[in-house]
Each structure stands twice: as structure tokens, then as C-alpha cells.
Write a protein that binds this ligand. Structure first.
Ligand code: HGA
Length: 614
């Protein structure tokens, strides 16, 4: 979603802002803009489309943007169409504002401001923030104080960056529900929605907490919580590890698909000692054993791809530990007044750890205060809000994921969830050591099996040619492959814009079979597992109605291609872990179809990587 970058420095900051915006492009956006203060004036440029359009526009008169303080933004429209007049920064008098999030009560504030004579030039909710600060600054000519007075008037979740021509040494920032970090430099300081934006200029970061307001100058950072000055720790990060570039790959998505064997191996290492693979490492979640031993119920909350990982975990938890497990999309859970039973483990899954709906759903469960509630964040970003607000952090160790369509974050989520299932099973003695040992040794084979399944790339590329001109597609799976069918359909629609539906194959005759004809491609996930014979019967139902089948089957399944049935053989893998391996062919299929259709694979239209608004 929106990206914010800001800087106050001795040197000219325009290029730092533009480079920062480029590094935030992965978040998804529709327009970009920046404002720099120079010679007592706000110099602003805004463009619809890519950051490159903004770079080109700035390059026409670069001297206007030679300044020492400025703010910049990539916008993902929530209020008002993507258009130049709606792009940030928004200006009121001598004040410029960039904003991530939503001001829910903007309509009433707008009416009051219009009555006072303020003119609106955009359709955004953000513009009320600029005018309100301007209005309050007239009474209290101190930027920090004016911003402080405005915040209680705004309802919603947001992050802000603010500058004022009359205070050309001060950059004010607010974090209230949307992510924001401060980059700490030497004689210069920065703000951004994601530290990735600032890695070229610093590797030292402060993570603001909810409600924090900060004032940055070149040489100081003051942070206030509830009006009182507070200190926030400086975290030094290994910039090398967090750096992300495409290397020799054409797209981040393809690179990230290929990184999965390593990402999964890293995630496994946190729990399995390679010298003794028959048991979990003693230090894996060791300090949480007391909490985990008391739980009697699991509630998983997530959105999108993370929700599909949660669905797989439901099968695993119930089958392997016999603990009841529910999984629900966070955007529904948070608005239906759900019952959170005592002694629940609430698992929140989010790649970024900033997913607004998942965070809210977590907070709702915490507000209910059920006895014995334990919350756990399964997340790829150690410094995220979700991690800070939960009792237990289980990392996915996927490394930065830039492609909007999640790949390595998904498979590492699956692996981490399985490790958690094993930990809970072992802690509560719900799993005998033999079963545990078998699963651990099967887990150890996963990186090799993922690596082998990447060799299917060429065959899947050939298969994808049949999808190029299709309008619609079905994905079928049963049991543990049902969530992978949903994930395959989601991936295909996200990046190729082909309408796709995932179904439990047993549901076919209860409706979707009516869609099947010779133009309908049907992707089937068919490992040779306990549901294989049932699945073959479902495939026959499709074949008899002239649907064209594209089957991912185990090498040992002995399925043979025939007329209107194409088969790609996936390496044999144990039934329990097959969802991890079968994720690869559906990712590769979506990727190649999207490339063939010429879509923007890494930044598909209308989507954002980190969904920080509800
Ligand atoms: N509401 C503002 C900012 C949107 C946003 O944060 N998107 O991620 C707008 O529509 O401009």
C-alpha cells in the first residue's frame, strides 16, 4: 500500500526520496509525488503511474528540488480516483502532508473546513489533515503542537509525514495504525513506511509505537507518547541481508519462487538440529512451553494467501494433535462478535505483520480477555506491529518478499506452522516420539523435494500456453490439497487477471460442474495420497463433460496423459507435507501464464503488498 519517505539532511535529499519511493514500489501504488522546501517555498511534483514518471518530471527542473528537507509518497487510492490532483503530498498554505491510511470522519471535517473558507483541490481524505494542521497552526504557530492538537480529531488508522515552510529544519511524523520507521543517520534523519526504502542511507532504525508523534531535525529525534517524551531503541540491521534485487531473474516473483528451497531450509533450521533430526531443538519456542502446554483450542486469523496457509494448518493440528482448530478470514472475524473460548492459542498469520484486518482481529480477541489466551504472530518481519503485539513470535525466515503475489512467504508459513504443530504435539504429549521423528525426517527432505520440483519449470511453461487466451479456470484438490487449489486459483487471478476458482473436488457436482465445457481448463492437484482414488473419479466427471484437465500428479501415480488430459509429474512426497511441494507447480503456472499475457507480474493492478488499510 502507500509508501511514505521523508528526509531532513545537510545534503540535497530529492534523490534519496526518489530512490526510497522506487524501493517501495513493491507495495503497489497508482501515483507518486514529492515536496521539497527550497528558498522558502514548497516545490511539489506529482504524477500518475510509475515512480519513473515522477523521476522524469523532476529531471525537467532538478534545481527546484535541491533542498534539505522533503517528503514523498506512493499512493494506493482509497478516497478519490488515481489522478494527479489526488496524489500526495497535499498542501494547505505553507504545509505539506503525506498520509498512509484512512481518515474515517473526513467528510464531516471537510464540511467544517469548507465552512471556514478552506478550498479543497482533491477528493482525498488526506487533504483535511493538511487544512486542519494549517488551521491549528494559526492559533499555535508550532508545527509539533499543531499536529498534536489535530490527531485527536482524526478517526481511523494512519501514518503521516508533515513539513512547514516556516520550520524548514523540522520533519514531523505520526504513527497511529499504519507502519512507520525512523532511519537514524549522522547529521541527517529519515522516515519511511518500510526500512527497505532507507537502506541506501542508513542501517539504524527506530520503530515507532502506536500513537507516537516524532519531531526530526538533522541532529535530533524527539518522540512523544501521550504528550510525554519517550525513547525508542535504535536497532542496527544487517543491510546486506535485507537488500533485495532481482539478480539474473526477470521478475522478483520468479526469483522468490526459486528461493524457496533455501527459505524453507532456513526456517527448518530454527527448529531442527541437523545433527539430530529425530527431535526438535531444545531452544525452539522453549521459553513459551508453559503457555503452549495450557492451550486447548486453536484459532487462526489471516487474510489472502496467509489464510490458505492457515487452512492447511487446521488439517495438521486436528489430525496430528487432536486439538480443535478453526481458521477464519480476519476481515470477517473482526466484525461478527465471535466467541474466543478460554485457553485458546490465537495464531495470526501475515507476511508483513502490518495487515490491518489481522491486527484488528487480534486486538478484538485480546479485548475479550478470555482466560489462558495465548497469541502468536507467524510473520516474516521481526519488527512488525503484529510481532510486537503478540505473546509469541514464530518467524518465517523467507527473507524480503518483493513480488506482490506471495510465494516463499507462503511455503515458509506452511513449514513454520508444521513446526508449531509438532512443538504443541510434543509439549502436550499428544504425539508419540516415533511419529514426531518420522515427520521431522520428512521435513528435512523438503528443501530437496522443492528443488526437484523447480525442474518442472520448462514443462509447466509449455503447459501454460494453453491458458493464454482463457477467460476462466478451475483448480481442484481434496483434503490437504484443497487449500492449495484455493491458493492456485488466487495466484492465477492475482497476476494473470484470469478468473479462477478453487474447489474441493468433492464439491464439483454440487454446482461448479455446470461450468465445465471444452473451453474450461481444470487444474488438478493429484498426489498419490489417501484421497487419490476419489479424486480420479472427480476427474472422470470432468473428462466426460469435455473439460480439459491439467494434472499435477505424483511420479508414482502412474497417471498417463490422454486426449484433453495433460500430466506433469511432481516428485513423490509424503501425504502430510505434499501441500508445500504442490505449491510450486501452481506458482510456476500462474507466473508463466501472466508473463505470456504481458501483465505486470510483480505489481499486479489494483493490488498492494502490505495491506495496511482495511
Ligand atoms: N486515503 C489516502 C491514502 C491511501 C492509502 O494509505 N493507501 O494505502 C488516499 O486515498 O489518498
Amino acid at each position: 500500500m502507500c509508501g511514505i519517505v521523508g528526509a531532513v539532511a545537510e545534503r540535497n535529499i530529492a534523490n534519496i526520496l526518489l530512490e526510497g519511493l522506487k524501493r517501495l514500489e513493491y507495495r503497489g501504488y497508482d501515483s507518486a509525488g514529492l515536496t521539497v522546501i527550497r528558498d522558502g517555498e514548497l516545490h511539489r511534483e506529482r504524477q500518475v503511474g510509475k515512480v519513473q514518471a515522477l523521476v522524469d518530471a523532476v529531471a525537467i527542473n532538478p534545481e527546484f528540488f535541491d533542498g534539505h528537507i522533503g517528503i514523498a509518497h506512493t499512493r494506493w487510492a482509497t478516497h478519490g480516483e488515481p489522478a494527479q490532483r489526488n496524489a500526495h503530498p497535499h498542501v494547505s498554505g505553507k504545509i505539506a502532508v503525506v498520509h498512509n491510511g484512512i481518515v474515517e470522519n473526513y467528510a464531516e471535517l471537510k464540511e467544517e473546513l469548507i465552512a471556514k473558507g478552506y478550498e479543497f483541490t482533491s477528493q482525498t481524505d488526506t487533504e483535511v489533515v493538511a487544512h486542519l494542521i494549517n488551521d491549528l497552526y494559526k492559533q499555535t504557530p508550532d508545527l509539533l503542537e499543531a499536529v498534536r492538537a489535530v490527531i485527536p480529531l482524526l478517526h481511523g488508522a494512519f501514518a503521516l509525514g508533515i513539513v512547514h515552510v516556516d520550520s524548514p529544519e523540522e520533519l514531523i511524523t505520526v504513527r497511529l495504525g499504519s507502519p512507520l520507521v525512523i532511519g537514524v543517520g549522522i547529521g541527517e534523519n529519515f522516515i519511511a513506511s518500510d526500512q527497505l526504502a532507507l537502506l541506501p542511507v542508513t542501517n539504524r532504525f527506530m520503530y515507532l509505537e502506536e500513537g507516537d508523534i516524532a519531531k526530526l531535525t538533522r541532529n535530533s529525534i524527539q518522540i512523544f507518547a501521550d504528550g510525554v517524551e519517550v525513547s525508542r531503541k535504535i536497532h542496527e540491521i544487517d543491510a546486506q541481508q535485507h537488500n533485495a534485487d532481482k539478480g539474473e531473474f526477470k521478475h522478483y516473483m520468479l526469483k522468490e519462487i526459486y528461493e524457496q528451497p533455501d527459505a524453507v531450509a532456513r526456517t527448518l533450521e530454527m527448529a531442527i538440529d541437523s545433527t539430530n533430526t529425530s527431535k526438535l531443538r531444545d531452544d525452539f519456542l522453549q521459553r513459551h512451553e508453559d503457555k503452549l502446554s495450557g492451550i486447548r483450542n486453536i484459532q487462526i486469523l489471516a487474510c489472502g494467501t496467509s489464510y490458505h496457509a492457515g487452512m492447511v494448518a487446521k488439517y495438521w493440528f486436528e489430525n496430528l494433535t487432536r486439538l480443535p482448530c478453526s481458521v477464519e478470514v480476519a476481515s470477517e472475524f473482526r466484525y461478527r462478535n465471535p466467541v474466543v473460548v478460554d485457553n485458546s492459542l490465537v495464531i495470526c498469520i501475515s507476511q508483513s505483520g502490518e495487515t490491518a484486518d489481522t491486527l484488528s482481529a487480534l486486538r478484538d480477541t485480546q479485548k475479550q480477555k478470555p482466560t489462558g489466551l495465548v497469541s502468536l504472530a507467524l510473520c516474516n518481519v521481526a519488527t512488525s506491529s503484529l510481532v510486537r503485539e503478540t505473546d509469541i513470535y514464530l518467524p518465517t525466515l523467507a527473507g524480503p518478499e518483493i513480488g506482490v503475489a506471495s510465494t516463499k512467504a507462503f511455503t515458509t508459513q506452511l513449514v513454520a506452522l508444521m513446526l508449531l504443530v509438532l512443538k504443541v504435539g510434543a509439549t502436550q504429549q499428544r504425539m508419540d516420539s516415533e511419529r514426531l521423528g518420522t515427520l521431522l525426517s520428512e521435513l528435512q527432505q523438503l528443501p530437496g523435494q522443492l528443488y526437484a520440483s523447480l525442474h518442472l519449470d520448462a514443462a509447466i511453461k509449455t503447459m501454460s500456453e494453453s491458458f493464454e487466451d482463457k477467460k476462466s479456470c478451475l483448480f481442484l484438490g481434496r483434503g490437504l490439497q484443497f487449500p492449495i487449489a484455493l491458493e492456485g486459483a488466487l495466484k492465477l487471478k492475482e497476476i494473470s487477471y484470469i478468473h479462477a476458482e478453487g474447489y474441493a473436488a468433492g464439491e464439483l457436482k454440487h454446482g461448479p460442474l455446470a461450468l465445465v465445457d471444452k473451453d474450461m481448463p481444470i487444474v488438478v492437484l493429484a498426489p498419490k495420497d489417501s484421497m487419490f482414488d476419489k479424486l480420479k473419479a472427480n476427474m472422470q466427471e470432468v473428462h466426460a463433460r469435455h473439460g480439459e484437465l491439467f494434472v499435477f500428479a505424483s511420479e508414482s501415480s502412474k497417471m498417463v496423459a490422454e486426449d484433453r488430459m495433460h500430466v506433469v509429474y511432481v516428485p513423490d512426497v509424503c501425504e502430510t507435507l505434499a501441500p508445500v511441494v504442490y505449491s510450486i507447480p501452481v506458482q510456476l503456472l500462474s507466473y508463466h501464464v501472466a508473463v505470456m499475457r504481458g501483465t505486470d507480474v510483480d505489481q499486479p493492478r489494483n493490488l498492494a503488498k502490505s495491506v495496511t488499510v482495511e
